[in-house]
Design a binder for this molecule. Sequence first.
Ligand SMILES: Nc1nc2c(ncn2[C@@H]2O[C@H](COP(=O)(O)OP(=O)(O)OP(=O)(O)O)[C@@H](O)[C@H]2O)c(=O)[nH]1
Ligand SMILES: [Zn+2]
Length: 203
Amino acid sequence: MGMDAIVNKLAPLDKRPSREEAEEAVRVLLRWAGDDPAREGLIDTPKRVANAYRELFSGYDADIEDVLGTTFEEVAGYDDIVLVRDIPFFSHCEHHVLPVIGKAHVAYLPDSRVLGLSKIARVVEVFGRRLQTQEAMTAQIATAIDETLRPQGVAVFIEAEHMCMAMRGVQKSGSTTLTTTFTGRFKDNAVEQARFMSMVRGR
Ligand SMILES: Nc1nc2c(ncn2[C@@H]2O[C@H](COP(=O)(O)OP(=O)(O)OP(=O)(O)O)[C@@H](O)[C@H]2O)c(=O)[nH]1
Ligand SMILES: [Zn+2]
């Protein structure tokens, strides 16, 4: 997957429906649920839901190259694993638009340049705040870091619970789905991969 595949997912703001259209769609779904959008408690709900969508799906508005733009070279020759562990995120599955709640662990092996640490968590945030499958989100985080920083390797490990499996459908709460993407040396070298996994698991 290249950067284009990630960038193309962005819907330009001017191609979006109007706020009034979005609020009307919420009223339709409230009626579909069985309630009356005209009753007092629901009058402002379409506005609130439209606002919440702007926040929950703000990842479509972010430019990943801006997010990852700041890099540093002066790190005293440091060339070992940089791992940011336990980055919490909320996403939404693209099949049911229900929450996916999880943690991402993201590492890379620098090749002269390093990233600002907060940028790693920001990348997770950008891809989390879109409609996702866990597999795609894992691969997108790895690709974004790989193609902007060009490190020796990237490792991404996501563990998450899908509300579409807990609240409805098969109704299995508490199960966790694990996904990984490895690039470069993390992909080619079993020792580096194992080191990443034990750093993630070590407490
Ligand atoms: N691979 C993958 N599947 C997901 C993810 N999120 C949700 N799903 C699955 O997407 C599938 C959609 O299956 P469908 O049969 O089309 O939809 P459905 O009838 O609502 O499926 P059930 O959830 O089994 O009731 C389900 O098996 C979900 O568990 C994800 O991140 N990755
Ligand atoms: Zn789902």
